[in-house]
Write a protein that binds this ligand. Structure first.
Ligand SMILES: Cc1cc2nc3c(=O)[nH]c(=O)nc-3n(C[C@H](O)[C@H](O)[C@H](O)COP(=O)(O)OP(=O)(O)OC[C@H]3O[C@@H](n4cnc5c(N)ncnc54)[C@H](O)[C@@H]3O)c2cc1C
Length: 395
């Protein structure tokens, strides 16, 4: 699907660090929409091998802040045409998305989110427990008596997609337009002169460039250390697992913040399941038995009939968390250095809109209007974009 390049050019108009969905999408739109084709994407491992190939693919736009809702909704719009753009089946499947409420206080947040969503034209409704039961007949509404379900936020456009195909589609599209993708090429330093980026050091030598986009998710603090830049990003492992394939019984995506669990059923019949972050900072992608046990027990609270179903695989990624659960995007204090980070547990759905907005920002040198609420200087101004109520376990 991609051209293999034996050597790096001495310089490029722009260098993108990280061949995950975000880096590849930015490269694709730079070439397609801005005519910038003299671009290299440098990847220390393999294409899509970071969080892009490890996530549980929930796509939704039912966030809490107007900045978030507008941004993710534009992404949802872009998702609709992506398979046609790429001429590649992304297995995009609209399922409907339930965020369950187990207390009256949680229900209040669901109503709040529904109102913000509807105000901005996003289809979300606060629904009662009877509606949940009608749409998901197999659910035990009492959750084994631990945390009875009182209602939910229902977001009809909620969807899932094939994550690897998204990376391949953007990669192939960028490659065909002249972008060079170099795998097994790690960026080890960034050269700056008089406050401006002049190039990057790599494991295959120095490459000159006036523009660098950093799209490395869990490795963001390491790249920023190379420049002496600071963000409040901290890194936690985020684990997930899938069951053996079973007959199709679950259409919607279900999230429960109180039970720390979310689940969808893939086109192959596997149950794709996850929970919240591991509760400590760690730059490691190991899996733990604790996680498998607690996630399974909460799954059984909701769906006791799954007791005999086997777990097929378990894995982890590195989540680059921001304090307000919103991303950190755009220009930085170092001229020519652009950041696309703070994607924590929720960045897959944003892949298309990140590519669109970051390519604009790189090409023009100015933040795209849709990312104004996500600029790095919001922390210095104490003006956070608080998304915790909509992005914790929900992804
Ligand atoms: C278990 C799990 C479940 C998730 N579920 C969801 C979900 O349901 N919905 C959702 O929207 N989001 C979800 N996410 C979050 C989502 O996966 C990420 O936010 C998103 O994929 C980030 O994409 P990216 O392209 O920025 O980063 P990545 O895909 O991680 O790509 C970054 C790349 O940079 C490379 N790199 C790092 N350092 C260097 C270097 N020095 N030089 C060169 N290359 C380098 C890495 O090898 C990597 O390939 C989940 C994440 C995990 C881990």
């Amino acid at each position: 699907m991609f051209t293999r390049h034996d050597s790096l050019r001495p310089g490029y108009e722009a260098v993108i660090i990280g061949a995950g969905g975000h880096g590849l999408a930015a490269a694709y739109y730079l070439a397609r929409d801005h005519g910038m084709r003299d671009v290299a994407v440098l990847e220390k491992g393999y294409l899509g091998g970071g969080n892009t190939g490890r996530n549980t693919t929930i796509i939704r736009s039912n966030y809490l802040t107007p900045e978030g809702v507008r941004f993710y909704d534009e992404s949802l719009r872009l998702w609709q045409d992506l398979a046609t753009d790429f001429d590649l089946n992304l297995f995009y499947s609209t399922r409907g998305h339930f965020t369950l409420a187990h207390t009256d206080a949680a229900m209040r947040t669901m109503r709040w989110r529904a109102e913000v969503n509807k105000h901005l034209g996003v289809r979300s409704e606060a629904v009662d427990a009877a509606f949940v039961k009608r749409m998901i007949p197999m659910i035990d509404l009492t959750c084994a008596g631990h945390a009875p379900i009182v209602g939910a936020l229902f977001h009809e456009p909620g969807a899932i997609a094939r994550h690897d195909a998204v990376a391949w589609g953007y990669g192939r599209g960028a490659d065909r337009r002249g972008v060079q993708i170099h795998q097994q090429t790690e960026v080890t330093g960034i050269r700056v002169k008089a406050g401006r980026v002049v190039g990057v050091e790599t494991t295959r030598g120095f490459v000159a460039t006036p523009k660098v986009l950093c799209a490395v998710a869990g490795s963001t603090p390491r790249i920023l250390d190379m420049l002496g830049l600071r963000t409040p990003i901290y890194v936690h492992p985020l684990q997930a697992m899938v069951s053996e394939p079973v007959k199709r019984w679950l259409d919607p995506i279900i999230v429960s913040g109180s039970l720390h669990v979310y689940v969808s059923q893939s086109a192959r019949g596997e149950l794709v399941m996850g929970a919240s972050l591991d509760p400590y900072e760690l730059h490691q992608t190991r899996s733990t038995l604790d996680f498998a046990e607690s996630l399974s027990s909460h799954m059984l609270d909701m769906f006791p009939f799954l007791g005999e179903v086997k777990i097929n695989r378990q894995w982890a990624g590195l989540a680059d968390m921001s304090p307000d659960f919103a991303p950190i995007m755009g220009i930085t204090a170092v001229e020519g250095f652009f950041l696309d980070a703070g994607w924590g547990t929720w960045g897959f759905k944003a892949t298309p809109v990140c590519g669109k907005t970051m390519s604009h920002t790189l090409a023009t040198g100015r933040n795209h209007p849709l990312i104004e609420g996500f600029s790095i200087d919001r922390f210095a101004r104490y003006q956070l974009t608080g998304e915790k109520g909509a992005a914790a376990v929900g992804h």
